[in-house]
Design a protein around this ligand. Structure first.
Ligand SMILES: C[S@@+](CC[C@H](N)C(=O)[O-])C[C@H]1O[C@@H](n2cnc3c(N)ncnc32)[C@H](O)[C@@H]1O
Length: 277
């Protein structure tokens, strides 16, 4: 079994999935899947009126694209540690002709950016992969303007995909995923801890909410795209998941989808904090 604590955390695009292109497509589908619910939450916290927004851990740039499309007055910055993804995001956004954006290579725990710069900072599906998420939140606190806000979105794998009818083996899959990420220094159950982490990082007026996606409303295809088989196969390859459990899940998943009344539900945790000085 691969048990290598990684000082930079538990997400590397080249090792979390067997195929980088497949993983990039999965990240895009995951942005699209949650966007209708996520955007409502973002608006409720005033993001639509922001002038200067940063996303830290911006990956291939799909959330940056949503922000540029939906907030026409905003200047949007991405900060990303992986040069492969920085280049991907820059190529992707250049083709869209938005202007108003920049993507920097950098570490969320030490951004090198100027104090008190951003009205809003967003970090999405990143803190769950870090060995020291509070250090990252303190750095975000430093670069947000007084009166500005942070929005943090993360998984809590105790409540990952739920289906009707239930799929035997899904729990084993999520336990295997958690074991792999914990071994690398991440925390795939960080969702429930987000309010405390924001407070310890300096933020006040902290709120906690759930973002949700449901197949009866959004259709099945977006769930298929945002889950995929790449991560389960990698978990099997790395010795975290047995072939028997993987087989059980694929048979059970197919049966579930064939049920006329089937449902697939997924939730993400969102916490918001304000910089009050
Ligand atoms: C699961 S992806 C999420 C990407 C994007 N936020 C989204 O929601 O689609 C996590 C991203 O965080 C980046 N990342 C991980 N550790 C980081 C760090 N210390 N500083 C900046 N980015 C980091 C990864 O390279 C990856 O692009």
């Amino acid at each position: 079994m691969n048990n290598t604590m990684n000082p930079s955390g538990s997400y590397r695009i080249t090792s979390i999935n067997n195929n980088v292109e497949m993983e990039i497509n999965r990240l895009k589908a995951q942005v699209d899947l949650f966007w209708p619910s996520e955007w409502q939450h973002y608006q409720a916290h005033g993001l639509a009126g922001a002038g200067n927004i940063i996303e830290l851990g911006s990956g291939p740039g799909f959330l940056l694209e949503k922000l540029l499309t939906h907030i026409p007055q905003a200047n949007v910055t991405g900060l990303e540690i992986d040069p492969l993804l920085v280049n991907y995001a820059m190529d992707y956004l250049k083709k869209k002709n938005y202007g108003r954006w920049q993507v920097y290579e950098g570490n969320i725990t030490q951004t090198g950016l100027t104090d008190h710069t951003y009205d809003f900072a967003i970090t999405r599906l990143v803190l769950e992969h870090l060995t020291d998420p509070i250090e990252a939140v303190r750095e975000i606190y430093r670069i947000v303007k007084p009166g500005g806000k942070v929005i943090v979105v993360d998984n809590d794998f105790e409540m990952h995909i739920m289906t009707y009818p239930s799929v035997p083996g899904l729990r084993e899959l999520y336990d295997a995923y958690c074991e792999a990420r914990f071994a690398e220094g991440g925390n795939p159950k960080i969702g429930r801890e987000l309010p405390r982490i924001l407070k310890e990082g300096g933020f006040s007026n902290v709120q906690f909410e759930l973002i949700s996606a449901h197949s009866t409303i959004l259709g099945d295809e977006m769930f298929f795209q945002s889950e995929g088989v790449g991560i389960p196969y990698k978990l099997k390859q790395d010795g975290y998941l047995s072939s028997k459990d993987l087989g059980k899940i694929s048979v059970g998943w197919r049966k579930m989808v064939q049920d006329e009344q089937h449902a697939i539900v997924r939730q993400l945790c969102l916490a918001v904090g304000e910089k009050v000085e």
